[in-house]
Design a protein around this ligand. Structure first.
Ligand SMILES: *Cc1c(COP(=O)(O)O)cnc(C)c1O
Length: 357
């Protein structure tokens, strides 16, 4: 039996995508070779990269003056690539709304005058700071935000108006809701949450901003070089890119981002409504900022949390343990989590409450 996998990442992929990948694992596009064996210079593979880019452009309505790149090293490597490509004046503002936002900020400090201009650490990251009150500095190269905070379960509803380019880590929500790419200078996202197996990272960058990487920027991290080489400067993570394309095709078939967003809102709504109507379970995120991708919750005490997790795993509801910084539970309900999975989780939560309240 296939489990309902609520892991925050790497996370569940659509079953039909996995089946297709299974088929192509032995013979890809009638080449007589596995998709994991063919050269990245093989036409059948370069077509995959091109299709991935064009599907992303279509689904996210990415304008032509933005580059769409498939790179390696995870979102964490982009924490460094951002200053290395953009920090010409040696100055950038960061909004710290969680653990990954903080890591990005710490990495920024290695390269220049990075400042934390707003933070929600005072309330253990359970909200997003008031965007109209953020004291952005003059003369920065960019402002960095993390749009969906995977560990704490918050997300931005609006994005701040900034004088300098807005850079967003969208790893845990890319392709889950409609965004206006024009509001951003750079968007990046590790693929292993909403798009593909681990190994590939998506970067969407306004071309006019990426022409002058810092002199110390490694060639592999230069977005300009990746753009000029169509993401094929070196051997790319072929299999992850290929699975990403299968996921993107499916997303298009389903009706695109608007359609998946509606399903995501519905799934998250079911779970939050259930938690809010229960005296047993709690989610302490300020309602307005609740993520529709990552839903942390607790029972009345840590022992019950442990029992909850053990019982859930027996029912095929797995990887529900909260991040070690938060404890309790976290249900990551990305695009590929079926509505049925969320309903099963709620069914189990009801039963557990009845048995333990
Ligand atoms: C998972 C995650 C990361 C880290 O991604 P890696 O690919 O493991 O480097 C960074 N930011 C956010 C928001 C994430 O959810």
């Amino acid at each position: 039996m296939r489990a309902y996998n609520f892991s925050a990442g790497p996370s569940t992929l659509p079953l039909d995508v996995l089946k297709e990948a299974q088929r192509d694992l032995l013979d890809f596009a009638n080449t007589g070779m596995s998709v994991t064996e063919i050269s990245h210079r093989n036409k059948a593979f370069s077509q995959i990269v091109e299709e991935g880019e064009s599907l992303l452009r279509e689904l996210l309505q990415i304008p032509d003056d933005y580059a769409v790149l498939f790179v390696q090293g995870g979102a964490s490597t982009q924490f460094a690539a951002v200053p290395l490509n953009l920090m010409h004046n040696g100055k950038a503002d960061y909004v710290v709304t969680g653990n990954f936002a903080k890591k990005a900020f710490e990495e920024g400090k290695i390269y220049g005058d990075a400042a934390c201009v707003a933070s929600s650490a005072d309330q253990t990251y359970t909200y997003i700071p008031d965007l109209t009150q953020i004291p952005f500095r003059k003369g920065t190269d960019y402002v960095h935000i993390c749009s969906n905070n995977t560990i704490f379960g918050t997300r931005y509803i609006d994005f701040p108006q900034t004088e300098t380019p807005l850079v967003a880590d969208m790893s845990s929500e890319i392709l889950s809701r409609e965004i206006d790419v024009r509001r951003f200078g750079v968007i990046y996202a590790g693929a292993q949450k909403n798009l593909a197996p681990a190994g590939v990272t998506l970067v969407i960058a306004k071309r006019s901003l990426i022409q002058n990487p810092l002199g110390i920027c490694p060639t592999m991290l230069q977005w300009k070089v990746q753009d000029e080489n169509g993401s094929l400067y070196n051997t790319p993570p072929c299999f992850s890119i290929y699975v990403a394309v299968l996921v993107l095709r499916k997303l298009k078939q389903m009706g695109g981002i608007a359609a998946i967003n509606e399903i995501n809102e519905y799934k998250a709504g079911l779970l939050y409504d259930f938690i809010d109507n229960s005296k047993f379970y709690t989610n302490n995120v300020v309602k307005k900022y609740r993520s529709i991708m990552n839903v942390p919750f607790v029972t009345p005490n840590a022992e019950l949390d442990d029992a909850f997790l053990k019982g859930a795993a027996k029912e095929g509801l797995v990887s529900l343990k909260g991040h070690r910084l938060v404890g309790g539970m976290r249900a990551s309900i990305y695009n590929a989590m079926p509505v049925e999975g969320v309903k099963s989780l709620i069914g189990y939560m009801k039963k557990f409450e009845k048995d333990n309240a």
